[in-house]
Design a protein around this ligand. Structure first.
Ligand code: C2O
Ligand code: CU
Ligand code: CU
Length: 483
């Protein structure tokens, strides 16, 4: 490209915007051209590290990395120099040992999202801080009755979570089924988003983006844009879709085909359910079954309006997770053999049949307050911003509680509880007929949701928070201690 002269730049109205800068030898593009992803390559999957003899041991280094993102060289942060990081494949009853090494220039730690493991000591402890140059040895023991499904890992150091996840730090965890399911392909589809400059550097979010929850400009599936899969006629694929975006919602539908939900947040439904769409808030996972019986099917996310800060930030703009094409599946060949149906699971636990020991209420709110975050906004649960030294709720190990999650703000907040999954029993004032288990539950703007939680197995301190990671970093998080 021919450099633009200062006069031409002024004529174009870009000189004053910071788009170009004058360097020693003339004009340089400070932010150069926008990032141009390459689209449509063959889907690649992260390397899989599997357990042997009930143990998976690995070193996980969080570090700045030069990797290929969307077919281009980019400078990001990644685990073990790949984006996404390695997929960890486990079985119920396994031990997982991770030596986390921090080669970033900010403090970090590690969270195994959705796993039902101890939050104490060197387990899934979000209060650990691993300083730059430091390391920490985590050890997690999965109970022998641990659910089989899709989970993930990411940093959880309060204040740095959104920046580090947005920079590329995430990976999948699979807990295998006791018996293999009749599927021809089992794929991890880790969806993330990232904002890069034309030279492949990370772009910092604005104050407004931090308030709303940043959405990356480029949406990635396993680090690629709109990759292509191919299948033979009659194949049945299992897609483990993980929403690792810091704030983007994914309202998934399959153009030209049928989606079936096999599992949500790592927990099987009693039988696969055919659905028109599935909404994944940040942190949610869906295991989908797709039958390859048409030429081309396209997995898309439709737009989702997650609310507005109008009246709070003096602007009327709604924050919309925009429509995006995630991938396409090309089917070739002729009808062959027919796969046996996917067996249904046993009965799903329904906590409504168990006595409730306590009722609690959690109000998620955003309010203006002097000297609060960068935008003067307070993000709170029950009027309190996160304090690692405070215990907000004390619960008894083995008891069942009913929690009402209410949202008085004009934006959705996806609520996540570590260690113990939640059974959603009421949404939008309506009681749900069937047990529905999740570890991230969306609370729509100006609405409420009721859940039951059984505090099985593990004493210790854990957190619950909004999984819009900018909100979590700005205080929308609380501490629960099980005794
Ligand atoms: Cu996926 Cu506490 O986070
Ligand atoms: Cu989590
Ligand atoms: Cu939030």
């Amino acid at each position: 490209m021919k450099p633009v002269s200062r006069r031409q730049a002024l004529a174009l109205g870009i000189a004053g915007t910071g788009a170009i800068a004058v360097g020693g030898g003339g004009l340089l593009w400070a932010r150069s051209s926008p990032f141009r992803p390459a689209t449509g390559g063959r889907l690649e999957e992260p390397v899989i590290l599997g357990s042997r003899e009930r143990l998976l041991e690995l070193l996980l280094e969080a570090a700045p990395a030069q990797v290929t993102v969307a077919g281009r060289e980019a400078s990001v942060a990644a685990y073990n120099k790949t984006l996404p990081g390695p997929t960890l494949r486990l079985r119920p009853g396994d031990r997982l040992r991770i030596a986390l090494v921090n080669s970033l220039d900010t403090a970090t730690n590690l969270h195994v999202h959705g796993l039902h493991v101890s939050p104490a000591g060197n387990g899934d402890n979000s209060f650990v801080s691993v300083e730059p140059g430091g390391s920490f040895d985590y050890e997690y023991g999965l109970p022998t009755n641990h659910p089989s499904g899709t989970f993930w890992y990411h940093p959880h150091h309060h204040g740095n979570v959104a920046d580090q996840v947005a920079a590329g730090l995430y990976g999948a965890i699979i807990v295998d089924d006791p018996e293999d399911l009749p599927v021809t392909q089992d794929r991890v589809l880790l969806v993330s988003d990232i904002s890069l400059t034309g030279t492949g550097a990370l772009r910092a979010p604005s104050v407004a983006e931090r308030m709303m929850g940043r959405e990356g400009e480029t949406v990635l599936v396993n680090g690629q844009v709109a990759p292509v899969l191919s299948a033979a006629f009659g194949d049945r694929e299992r897609w483990r879709v993980i929403n690792a975006c810091p704030a983007r919602y994914l309202r998934l539908h399959l153009e030209g085909g049928q989606l079936q939900i096999l599992a949500l947040d790592g927990r099987r439904l009693s039988a696969p359910a055919q659905v028109a769409e599935v909404l994944l808030a940040p942190g949610n996972r869906a295991d989908l079954l797709v039958e390859a019986v048409k030429g081309t099917m396209i997995l898309r996310a439709a737009s989702y309006d997650r609310g507005t800060m109008s009246g709070m930030m003096g602007r009327g703009r709604a924050e919309v997770s925009g429509p995006v094409t995630l991938l396409s599946l090309d089917t070739s060949g002729v009808p062959g053999g027919v796969l046996p149906p996917v067996p249904s699971t046993g009965r799903i636990r329904d906590l409504r049949k168990e006595p409730v020991a306590a009722h609690r209420r959690f109000d998620f709110s955003m309010g203006m307050g002097p000297g609060m975050g960068p935008g003067g906004m307070r993000f709170t649960i029950n009027d309190k911003a996160f304090d690692a030294g405070r215990i907000d709720e004390t619960v008894s190990v083995g008891s069942v509680e009913e929690w009402t999650l209410s949202n008085g703000s004009p934006m959705d907040h996806p609520m996540h509880l570590h260690v113990w999954p939640m059974q959603v029993i009421q949404e939008g004032g309506r009681n749900l007929p069937d047990p529905k288990w999740q570890d991230v539950v969306n609370i729509p703007a100006l609405d409420e949701v009721k859940v039951l939680v059984s505090f099985d197995d593990f004493p210790g301190r854990a957190v619950f928070h909004c999984h819009i990671l900018d909100h979590e970093d700005q205080g929308m998080m609380g501490v629960v201690e099980a005794r």
